[in-house]
Design a binder for this molecule. Structure first.
Ligand code: 2IO
Length: 406
């Protein structure tokens, strides 16, 4: 990377980013991209420092990277007492009885969506199952109508594209904003109705909850609902497909997992370390900061490279191997702020949905594993990953022993 032409924006990098991470960490740990005037950090300790030092590295960049399509401020943008209060409201919406109800919705939706594929013995885990499941479950959690799922998926596509684009052409930008405006127009009447007649769903919770005297406006609720939709959908099908890909590629570990389902949390945590679905987390430097002798100037945009940090040999032994038994994974902490892998970020803004994400993928994987007997890639299937910001399999076509009931 003394090679000045290397770019994380190149087609070569997009095709296979993992092969560049070691060189980035060793030779260019503070990698500057002039085309987008941004710095890319790849070392675990540097990424951890940025995410934990929220005084020096702010989330202000989300004003341009997210707010236009979120139609208001997301949780990650907030600071101080407002952040504490609103974060607590959202946390409450994803824990306790709410989480138990959500797990039931996950079960029901998963069983329903999988049923037609069982007798066929073939499923695309991304398009046939993972993506629709994530949308269905999130609509249920929010108390939105499941039959709107195709329309909502289309709008979310535009919102997601906006947030996860490194550079966006003007006509795509317009398309993304149109999607966001239509999604907002769909949500606002529901929010107003829930204010009058609250139910047990998350939108009602967001509308009615108060914390330290702080309640949410319609704009707040809209932004948080879009935030929840994107955050619960975009990485979910990717994580599920990546888990199955790694298990198929490591048949001995798949066999151990089938033998001992208690290993499932470790297999999920190792998937999140090895191939985090969210590869980049942006921050803005509040003042000049020095990393490995290089100055990142005040005001600069900094991208934390989660995939690179999660394979840093200073943080994990033999980081390039997928190993559900690795002793340095700390499975018990893997879905908390004390996690060693950075797939959920870390610090003040660490993912509020981590426990929900864990419950979702655990529930679904525990259901799929016994059903997908002899699971393998479909003949002629060609594995391919896409995405720089969020990254996952373009599809995952699997064959298994057909299941015929009754
Ligand atoms: C939505 C990248 C899908 C979040 C974001 C503007 C804020 C935040 C994340 C994740 C996943 C998305 N950032 N979720 O990285 O809410």
């Amino acid at each position: 990377m003394g090679d000045s032409r290397f770019s994380v924006l190149s087609a070569d990098f997009a095709a296979a980013p993992y092969q560049y991470f070691a060189r980035l960490r060793e030779q260019s740990p503070v990698h500057y991209e002039p085309a987008i005037d941004s710095y890319f950090l790849s070392r675990h300790q540097d990424v951890k420092r940025v995410l934990t030092d929220h005084e020096a590295f702010t989330t202000e960049t989300l004003q341009v990277r997210a707010e236009p399509v979120m139609r208001g401020p997301v949780l990650a943008q907030m600071t101080g007492a407002e952040h504490t209060a609103k974060r607590s409201i959202v946390v409450r919406g994803f824990t306790g009885q709410a989480l138990q109800d959500q797990i039931r919705a996950i079960h029901t939706n998963a069983a329903e969506l999988l049923a037609p594929f069982l007798p066929q013995g073939r499923v695309d885990l991304v398009h046939d199952f993972g993506r629709p499941l994530a949308v269905h479950v999130t609509l249920d959690v929010l108390g939105l109508d499941r039959k709107d799922w195709r329309q909502v998926t289309t709008w979310l596509g535009g919102v997601g594209e906006f947030i996860t684009s490194i550079a966006l052409a003007p006509e795509r930008r317009r398309h993304c904003l149109d999607c966001a405006e239509q999604l907002e127009a769909y949500l606002v009447p529901v929010i107003e109705q829930r204010r009058r007649h609250p139910g047990a769903d998350l939108i009602s919770t967001l509308c009615t909850a108060e914390f330290d005297g702080i309640a949410m406006s319609n704009r707040d609720v809209t932004a948080l609902v879009i935030n929840v939709l994107v955050a619960a959908v975009e990485p979910a099908d990717k994580t599920l497909a990546l888990l199955f890909k790694h298990l198929i590629d490591h048949p001995e570990q798949l066999a151990q997992l089938r033998e001992n389902p208690a290993l499932l949390p470790a297999a999920i945590a190792e998937t999140l370390r090895y191939t985090p679905p969210v590869q980049l987390i942006p921050r803005q430097a509040g003042k000049d900061a020095v990393f490995a002798g290089t100055v990142v100037p005040a005001g600069a945009t900094v991208f934390c490279m989660i995939g690179a940090a999660n394979r840093d040999p200073d943080a994990f032994t033999a980081p390039e191997s997928f190993d559900i038994h690795r002793p340095d994974l700390g499975t018990a902490r893997s879905f908390t702020a004390a996690a060693q892998h950075l797939a959920f970020g870390t610090g003040l803004h660490q993912c509020v949905g981590a426990a929900f994400a864990r419950a979702e993928i655990e529930t679904v994987a525990a259901m799929l594993l016994p059903l997908l007997d002899q699971v393998r890639y479909s003949p002629g299937f060609h594995y391919r990953e896409t995405g720089l910001y969020t990254r996952g399999p373009a599809s995952l076509c699997l064959d298994f022993t057909p299941v015929h009931d009754g």
